[in-house]
Ligand binder design. Structure first.
Ligand code: TMP
Length: 218
């Protein structure tokens, strides 16, 4: 595997999409081939799974069924997109990956962390990101941002997780911070409560640092 696998994590409204697309432009402009993708989804089959997962009408979705659907989307994504891109020496920027399952289904839904880790080993065969950028923001601020964005895009009530109570988002945020403590070398916390420009500056520094040490085809 020659490429570099970089993932982005954070609660709703942490600004991941803006930061990833700015980073993609920066990398492409400096001649570094990068693939941008996301979970759940990233493939035609994964996008069908994504629809089920994010449809607010699916209130009855069982937490274990939810966990398995995220795993299904990830397995397909690894086979079709992530592994081939890494094998071709590309930088893969992925909007959410395994840490999201630990944070949302583990800390948020309170499913067994051990079970989630076992399932993850089966799905990923141990593939870990080289770097994970955790865009950290207070849960109330993040959720307010996400709801404001959905309203302005006419997506009122569109996303299942945005309708969760604040306590859920607090558990997810604290879960992410816990994971970052456990793997402080890989998961780097970036304060997302600042301007997009300030956040991007930190993101680029972290990515450049890791790419310098990585044996990409660059
Ligand atoms: P997003 O594309 O807006 O980030 O939405 C994806 C949603 O799915 C988000 O609320 C987080 C959630 N999610 C999980 O609960 N578990 C997972 O493993 C992943 C990848 C996402």
């Amino acid at each position: 595997m020659l490429g570099a696998f970089i993932t982005f994590e954070g609660i709703e409204g942490s600004g991941k999409s803006t930061q990833i697309s700015r980073l993609l432009h920066y990398l492409m402009n400096s001649g570094r081939p990068a693939t941008l993708t996301r979970e759940p989804g990233g493939t035609p089959i994964g996008d069908q799974v994504r629809k089920i997962l994010l449809d607010p009408a699916n209130r009855l979705l069982d937490p274990t069924a939810e966990l398995l659907l995220y795993a299904a989307s990830r397995a397909q994504h690894l086979r079709e997109i992530i592994r081939p891109a890494l094998d071709a020496g590309r930088i893969v920027l992925c909007d959410r990956f395994s840490d999201a399952t630990l944070a949302y289904q583990g800390y948020g839904r309170e499913l067994s962390i051990t079970t989630i880790q076992e399932l993850d080993r089966i799905v990923t065969a141990g593939l870990r990101p080289r770097l994970t950028i955790l865009l950290d923001i207070d849960a109330a601020t993040g959720v307010a941002r996400a709801r404001g964005r959905n309203m302005s895009e006419g997506l009122h009530g569109e996303a299942r997780f945005e309708n969760e109570e604040l306590a859920f988002h607090n558990r997810v945020r604290n879960g992410y911070l816990d994971l970052a403590k456990q793997e402080s070398g890989r998961i780097r916390i970036v304060d997302a409560a600042r301007t997009p420009e300030e956040v991007q500056e930190d993101v680029r520094k972290l990515v450049d640092e890791v790419l310098l040490k990585t044996d990409c085809k660059l």
